[in-house]
Design a protein around this ligand. Sequence first.
Ligand code: 5GP
Ligand code: MN
Length: 344
Amino acid sequence: MMLNPQTVSQLRAAIERANRIVITAHHNPDGDALGSTLGLWHTLRNRAKDCTVLLPNGFPNFLAWMPGADSVVRYTHGADVAQRLLNEADIVFCLDFNTFARTEMMATALEQTPALKVLVDHHPLPDSTFGIAFSYPEASSTCELVYELLFALYGAGCVGQDAALCLYTGIMTDTGSFCHACNSARTFQIAGELVATGIRVDKLHSLVFSNFSINRMRMMGHCLLNKLVMLPHKTAYIALSMAEQEQFSYQVGDTEGLVNYPLSIKGVAFSALFVERPDFVKVSLRSRGEFPVNEFSAKHYNGGGHMNAAGGKSYRSFAETLEHFEQQVKELDDLRLLNFKNTY
Ligand code: 5GP
Ligand code: MN
């Protein structure tokens, strides 16, 4: 995508003037959120900028190897430190989310900082609360956008190996290892330019995707064997209770990717994962084809996301959540789902 040159110049000048920069992303940061914040952080630090990555809460273990991950400040580790960082910043980069509410307990502090808020994101329909906005829903990932932005700001070669590792990781995780949301040649060009910095893609992939604990592997087996429910209307879901999470010594990130498995079944075009938490049920939705799960999530789970990948929360009981979902699916008459065909 072509970034607006005037907006890029405006940002370049703001960065030059800024003494302190904070870079943040959404609650429960994933590979794209952590990768984009750290990728930007490495590059701006290399340009002698004082910057800090501030995230609402922690990230899963399979991302902890990323260079710079140790330096991330978490809101959950001290709201006062986070408040000060936000209040003293000249620029706050808001990456991989489109509304302050996605930073959950950090939202008010973020809203109230006098800093210039710069959005870099690929979720549709962003709030208009950002001072400068780079919003491109057609981008594979925020990491791809951060690369484009850095390229536009400082030219080829400004992204070093550490930043490349982080940015490649986010493109890889958000596209399911270059399987979806990446029909643009530019995504592959950018991946190529990142690889050209000398990063080892085989090692990186293995760190993210082949680092399961035995408990996580067995939990996945349990879900596929015992918990996968097939519904009419090309739909399947998995629901995991708190008791089952305990049984498999659940760790943050252990259900990551699980929601994608039902979509590998012939004829299934809509998949859901329900994970019981103490105060709500975490909902993850995926689709293939034209059925917009972000709309389904907004309607039923006060959530959002992309057309083929969305999430939200249910405040019904675990059992009621599943019953309600089954009922909604039964009543679905959405041709975008019903007419799905696995053809080229
Ligand atoms: P996941 O199912 O992996 O948690 O999230 C998939 C996508 O849905 C993410 O890219 C994110 O944009 C979106 N998403 C997940 N949870 C929420 C939520 O609670 N609210 C909103 N608005 N979007 C969410
Ligand atoms: Mn993303």
